[in-house]
Ligand binder design. Structure first.
Ligand code: FAD
Length: 406
């Protein structure tokens, strides 16, 4: 294998390039990214960048010298438009054709946009998105309506309050993060917003936006309208996989790239990593796809290893991580190890929801499947080892020294 092409110059793409070099690969590594920037980190966008605490300087994933040392054929501001798997080539928007022996798909996701052309309605995925919202937040006395109380919407609400803006947070589900956390934890998060001065509207959807060229009002399904100087929508993502159409790389119904346990796609010598990869995880009873910063890095290392090992067909590794996600809201850190789902058994093994400081164990079918902590970093991370292998629920509780109240 002499030529490896990585499409997508984000977290997963950069880590793939680094892992290839770390493994001693000295052939050509071409890294293609449609953004004009060198790889940067997205988590600070909704946190430090919006509150003005982080300058773009704090964002690069690596210093220029470290990227230069990788000796990449770096093509920034260039979009991959087609993948020709029969010819092992990627076609770019400038007409260039890049041939490969091995390919890694790392084109991630984009924010889902609400249906409106009005100015002042934003989403948050790129540095430019964050700079536009930050510019608005520097004006005093504004009122932002945040649509969607997922992690990104919740962080935007917290950052807007830190900038002194009025905030209304609208969520169609009964609590924030309903699909991710137990309602008791969702209630803690709702109270966090409310105590910080956010007007939280739960169980009501947004039906439209009004204004003369620029958004002035957000219309809700209950017939009410909220005056707004800005809207930020946190409505989840769409995956950047359209360029794979007709390539033979199989996608699921949501557009994710279907991979095997070793993150290989359905086409030989083509791997997928990061937000767009869907692969079978033995501990979670099916396929998973993670929109987690840590996953993008860890999966890239396994894909690079397997791509190089693929030539000999030996020593390919399964990818079986302990998923990890964090979120910072109102100066508090929320951390999730493993998986969460609202129907799980939940036990608060340290602290309590009332204290707003806890470690909760999440269980399914008699097994520990997740650990969720609020303001409890060392205690939460201590339980990572329990998730590296199947751990019976009772054994997990015993490891935490917890006796269920009967
Ligand atoms: P991306 O970061 O999306 O990178 C993909 C790159 O490919 C992009 O630059 C894209 O423009 C480019 N691309 C797309 N199509 C093409 C094409 N056809 N040709 C060339 N290039 C293309 N995770 C956490 O765990 N904790 C957090 O606190 C957290 N906060 C976040 C805050 C924000 C605002 C956002 C947006 C995300 C956050 N995440 C967080 C998620 C985390 O950043 C992502 O999981 C991670 O960035 C995924 O990396 P990736 O490389 O798969 O995708």
């Amino acid at each position: 294998m002499r030529d490896i092409v990585i499409v997508g110059a984000g977290m997963a793409g950069l880590h793939t390039a680094e892992a290839l070099r770390d493994a001693g690969f000295d052939g050509t590594v071409t890294l293609i990214g449609d953004e004009p920037h060198r790889p940067y980190s997205r988590p600070p966008l909704s946190k430090e960048v919006l509150t003005g605490k982080g300058t773009p300087k704090s964002l690069p994933l690596r210093e220029d010298a470290a990227i230069d040392a990788l000796g990449l054929d770096l093509r920034l501001g260039r979009r991959a438009e087609r993948l020709l798997t029969d010819e092992k080539a990627v076609l770019l928007d400038d007409g260039a054709r890049v041939d490969y022996d091995g390919l890694v798909i790392a084109t991630g996701a984009r924010a889902r946009r609400p249906r409106t052309d009005l100015a002042g309605v934003h989403t948050l995925r790129s540095l430019e998105d964050a700079e536009a919202v930050r510019a608005a937040f520097t004006e005093p006395g504004g009122h932002v309506v945040v649509v969607g109380a997922g992690f990104i919407g919740s962080e935007v609400a917290a950052s807007a309050r830190a900038c002194g803006w009025e905030v209304t947070l609208v969520e169609a589900e009964p609590t924030p993060l309903t699909r991710v956390v137990d309602p008791r934890i969702g209630t803690v998060l709702t109270d966090l917003h409310r105590d910080s001065g956010v007007d939280v509207r739960l169980g009501v959807g947004v039906t439209g936006f009004e204004g003369e060229g620029r958004v002035e009002r957000v219309l809700l399904a209950d017939g009410s309208a909220i005056e707004a100087s800005l809207v930020v929508a946190g409505l989840g993502v769409e995956l950047n996989t359209e360029w794979l159409a007709g390539s033979g790389v199989k996608l699921d119904e949501g557009g994710a790239v279907l991979c095997d346990a070793q993150v290989a796609t359905t086409v030989p010598d083509v791997y997928a990593v990061g937000d767009l990869a869907n692969w079978p995880h033995p501990r979670y009873g099916g396929r998973v796809r993670l929109e987690h910063w840590t996953n993008a890095g860890e999966q890239a290392v396994v894909a690079a290893h397997n791509l190089l090992a693929g030539e000999s067909g030996t020593d390919r590794r399964d990818y079986t991580p302990v998923p990890y996600f964090w979120s910072d809201q109102y100066g508090m850190k929320i951390q999730l190890l493993g998986q969460a789902a609202p129907a799980d058994t939940v036990e608060f093994v340290h602290g309590s929801p009332e204290d707003r400081k806890f470690v909760a164990f999440l269980g399914r079918s008699g097994q520990l499947i997740g650990v969720l902590g609020l303001r409890s970093t060392p205690k939460t991370m201590r339980y990572r080892a329990l998730l590296e292998k199947p751990t019976a629920w009772d054994d997990a509780l015993a490891a935490a020294g917890f006796s269920p109240r009967r």
